[in-house]
Design a binder for this molecule. Structure first.
Ligand SMILES: Nc1nc2c(ncn2[C@@H]2O[C@H](COP(=O)(O)OP(=O)(O)OP(=O)(O)O)[C@@H](O)[C@H]2O)c(=O)[nH]1
Ligand SMILES: [Mg+2]
Length: 432
């Protein structure tokens, strides 16, 4: 697939098939075994993001993929001819293939076969920037390859295996597996260390006691754009899938209060479970949020939109993000006409129409966020001595709209504070 900066992992893919896989030379034939209703547009989008052109496609309507060859034998003959006619040099399937399906297909078709998971992993490898992201992707790739063990040996040999590491009588595949497992545990140890520094950062944030909001949503829904518009932060935005892999947290001031807003990796239908596992720490930010803002691309056709919504909700549930309230935001309404806006409101009565691009609807969104948190605030009446000016400044920071009155004894303050924070000011409490 695409040559990535993450050189090591791209090698894994290049040794996968017989043909060398330069970016421009990749001509993919997309295939799917699908029941009614679905199509290949998402797989083609993924391939495009991975730098691969789609030169043909074939869908077989079936309830379940064939256990040995993914498609049925008649369809396979048809595919063989079509792949030749289209001069495709790789075949990509919409589902994750079992090692057996993949091997059989390659034998039948005579070209390398990759599955949806491999394509997604490849995109992730190209988009990972932070040390943590790279480790997470490599771990996911290794776990994926462990089940397949193709071309892995040369990959690992350069990582310190090589001559002398093979035990007597051990078969190649056992050596491969052992090397892969060693590498996997080494990666997990390194990730643990990186994650503990993330935990320290989180502790610092928690000490600040600011309400945390997580943006969640399908890839390309506009989460990063919304983060930028709301907070003025500089974050990457691009019309491609999985642009953001590293979580970015920015502060946001609404109605005189600070909030933390986190943008993180996008979700997708059939998100490879290796990635959900590997990105566990990153997705932890979503799980711990006090409010989840679910960003939905409202400009997508109704059917696709509903599928994206369901996929995101399923991943959120899978992550265990079930406690925090969820707010549905219907983004990109600037791309809709009046009739489409009406239909949208009808389909999602609880959703808030916004445009992260034009700023439309962002004020009501801010108000909704405020009112979600208002329920968690307690009203306190305090008397702060003039000598404790620092604490007064802190209160202003916490509640920009507090009421204050100067009295001979000190400043009398009426404020609404998050309940957990209010306890810190107990000693200034005025007897009611
Ligand atoms: N028309 C329109 N386009 C938008 C809007 N918001 C975002 N986009 C476009 O949608 C594309 C994806 O936006 P991103 O903000 O990168 O999406 P994301 O959800 O962060 O995507 P990932 O990081 O891949 O998960 C970009 O081309 C944006 O310019 C909007 O309100 N209206
Ligand atoms: Mg993004």
């Amino acid at each position: 697939m695409q040559r990535t900066r993450h050189g090591r992992t791209s090698e894994t893919f290049e040794t996968n098939g017989a043909a060398p896989r330069g970016r421009a030379r990749q001509r993919a034939f997309a295939i799917a075994a699908l029941p009614e209703g679905d199509d290949l547009s998402e797989l083609k989008e993924l391939l495009h993001t991975a730098g691969v052109a789609t030169v043909g496609e074939m869908v077989q309507r079936r309830d379940k993929p064939h256990p040995n060859t993914y498609l049925g034998s008649g369809k396979l003959e048809e595919l063989k001819a079509a792949v030749k006619a289209a001069d495709a040099n790789v075949v990509a399937s919409d589902d994750e293939l079992t090692p057996r399906q993949e091997r059989n297909l390659e034998q039948e078709l005579g070209v390398p076969v990759v599955d949806r998971t491999a394509v997604i992993l490849d995109i992730f490898a190209g988009h990972a920037h932070s040390a943590e992201g790279k480790l997470q992707v490599e771990l996911a790739q290794l776990e994926y390859n462990l089940a397949r063990m193709r071309g892995l040996w040369t990959h690992l040999e350069r990582l310190g295996g090589g001559i002398g590491t093979r035990g007597p009588g051990e078969s190649q595949i056992e050596t491969d597996r052992r090397l892969a497992r060693d590498r996997i545990s080494a990666l997990k140890r390194r990730l643990d260390r990186v994650e503990s520094s993330r935990a320290v950062m989180r502790q610092e944030r928690e000490r600040a006691q600011l309400p945390e909001i997580a943006l969640a949503g399908y890839t390309n829904a506009g989460k990063s754009t919304l983060l930028i518009t709301l907070s003025g932060a500089e974050v990457g935005v691009r019309d491609r899938l999985f642009h953001t892999l590293d979580p970015t947290t920015r502060s946001l001031r609404l109605g005189g209060r600070d909030y933390l807003l986190t943008d993180t990796v996008g979700f997708i239908r059939k998100l490879p479970h290796q990635l959900v596992d590997a990105f566990g720490a990153t997705l932890e930010e979503t799980r711990r949020a006090n409010l989840i803002v679910h960003v939905l691309d409202a400009s997508a056709p109704e059917e696709e939109r509903e599928e994206m919504q369901r996929a995101v909700e399923a991943v959120l549930d899978e992550l265990g993000a079930t406690d925090a309230p969820r707010l549905l935001v219907l983004n990109k309404v600037d791309a809709l006409d009046d009739e489409q806006r009406l239909a949208l409101a009808f389909d999602h009565p609880g959703g808030l129409p916004v445009s992260a691009l034009t700023g439309e609807g962002l004020e009501p969104l801010g108000e909704r966020i405020e009112s979600e948190f208002a329920r968690t605030l307690s009203r306190v009446e305090l008397l702060v001595p003039y000598a404790d000016g620092g604490r007064l400044a802190e209160l202003h920071q916490l509640d920009g709209e507090l009421e204050r009155e100067d009295t001979p004894q000190g400043v009398r303050v009426t404020a609404r504070l998050p309940t957990a924070v209010a306890a810190r000011f107990d000693r200034y409490a005025e007897p009611a």
